[in-house]
Design a protein around this ligand. Structure first.
Ligand code: TA6
Length: 302
């Protein structure tokens, strides 16, 4: 029996979820429940697509993305864990931690009476993770798909001592054109400006983007909107236990250097990431569990 056969035997739900060979042969959970469709790779438990009803796709995936086992994939919703950005002490370690390139297990699937579908993934410490980060851990990640998309990342500390993490659900949103969008909900927040010597600044109003932008907003509230006049929609973001919000667009020159953004891909994406980074780092005491959650919904026809 192949791995796909085993996954389908254990977790497939007709009319909701099955498992297929995805891009690059990576195993993919395909959800299609009549309310929405979503595609999630077992590598990194990475959502690579979500489309509510007949609306335009909400999650952006680079046309230049490379799908190779163990390699980061450009687009979707990478899980940055147990550190966000470069490793604080050892820059040679993988950026954004190891969760996004690890092979996660499927723990559960369920179809709900309201038509939604959820899939639970889990990742535990192993020799390879302990070599990168010397702590026992259990990660549980639930993706719930309907006209909304809810992501819940639970960090459990089964060890005898506390550990500290930084984290982000590094979501790439599809937009009509980066120059037209407005992001609200961050006014008054301090942010670290990573394209200006990591200076700390204060957001004066709504965010508009006309050049490379890489900001980590701190102590942020939990309600934001990405207003997209070209696609005539507003993406609402509701975040819980997420005190940092990252806004990123590499713009043209950095995109060309990255090599996997596709031709002018930067024009049709914006990253808005919920998590906990910088002085919002989270310490998880022994035996405790930390929860990070975000929900996306769409208001069409602006
Ligand atoms: O979230 C923004 C950021 O930290 C940027 O600085 C940029 O590095 C981006 O993440 C993408 O990182 P990656 O390792 O996926 O190329």
């Amino acid at each position: 029996m192949t791995e796909l056969d085993s996954l389908n035997q254990q977790f497939a739900i007709p009319g909701h979820v099955d498992f297929v060979a995805g891009p690059g042969g990576l195993i993919q959970a395909s959800i299609n429940n009549g309310l929405a469709s979503a595609e999630i790779l077992l590598q990194g438990a990475q959502v690579i697509g979500w489309q509510a009803g007949h609306a335009a796709p909400v999650i952006w995936l680079s046309k230049g993305a490379r799908f190779e086992a163990g390699k980061a994939i450009r687009g979707g919703i990478p899980i940055c864990w147990p550190w966000f950005g470069p490793h604080p002490e050892t820059p040679a370690l993988p950026a954004h931690g190891f969760a996004r390139t690890a092979f996660w297990e499927v723990a559960h699937t369920e179809a709900f009476p309201n038509g939604a579908t959820c899939i639970d993934f889990k990742l535990q410490a192993s020799a390879s993770t302990l070599a990168l980060w010397p702590h026992e851990f259990e990660l549980h990640y639930r993706v719930t798909v309907s006209q909304t998309l809810t992501l819940e990342l639970l960090t459990h500390n089964p060890g005898n001592s506390a550990f500290t993490i930084t984290e982000a659900l590094h979501t790439y949103f599809a937009v009509g054109d980066i120059g037209d969008i407005t992001i609200d909900g961050l006014a008054g927040c301090a942010y670290v400006d990573k394209v200006d010597q990591e200076k700390t600044k204060i957001e004066r109003g709504n965010v508009q983007i006309d050049s490379e932008t890489d900001r980590v907003y701190l102590d942020t509230p939990g309600e934001f909107n990405i207003t997209d006049p070209r696609l005539k929609r507003r993406i609402h973001v509701h975040a819980e236990d997420s005190y940092s919000t990252v806004v990123w667009n590499p713009w043209q020159i950095k995109s060309e250097k990255m090599g996997d953004m596709g031709q002018d891909g930067y024009r049709t994406m914006v990253c808005m990431e919920g998590g906990n980074a910088y002085n919002n780092a989270v310490t998880v005491p022994s035996g405790q569990t930390h929860r990070l959650s975000t929900t996306y919904s769409i208001a069409d026809q602006l």
